[in-house]
Design a protein around this ligand. Sequence first.
Ligand SMILES: [Zn+2]
Length: 206
Amino acid sequence: MLELLLPRRCVGCGIAGVTLCELCRHEWRNPPFRVDPRVDPRVPVFALGPWGGVHRSTVIGIKERGRRDAIPEIGAVLGAAIRYLAARGDLPASPGIVLSPAPTRRRVARLRGGDTVAAICQASGFDVVPLVYLAASVRDSAGLDAVSRRKNLVGSVRMYRRVEGWPKRVVVIDDVVTTGATAAATVECLSVAGILVTGVVALAAA
Ligand SMILES: [Zn+2]
């Protein structure tokens, strides 16, 4: 309803009249690059941009400020990035790429009107299978260092109940990769279940 009352503003820079302006779109157009988080998830990790500027304001806008109108745009960018990485051989393209959103706390996701990373994955054009979530007991990792963050996450990444047709290989998608602890815990959890993570792609890297 708010959207009807307020003029639309660019989620990246705030300029009036558009969801994502041409300049911000240009920032998002940069190809993904490899990152090396401190906690090594033992699979290649890529990011679409730095955790700053347009990337940061876009992610925060979608995640915390209700800018779900930007999801189709960022979903398309994510789809292009996945195809780019596959074309370069950075992600195995065969037998087809399946995306799986990084775990979030379900209650938090509900409060925000759904898991925004999952929604961005859905808008990418690729198949999406949510496999993991964070146990309610896990603390918010903001302010924790890499070691505490890792301890906090061990055992708190949980799999959804097994359903038919789970993929054998997935690319894990996250909004921000910081220490790599979430990615590492997710890779570990999925590998125990026999699911290979071929790479992690984040919208931004801190
Ligand atoms: Zn803008």
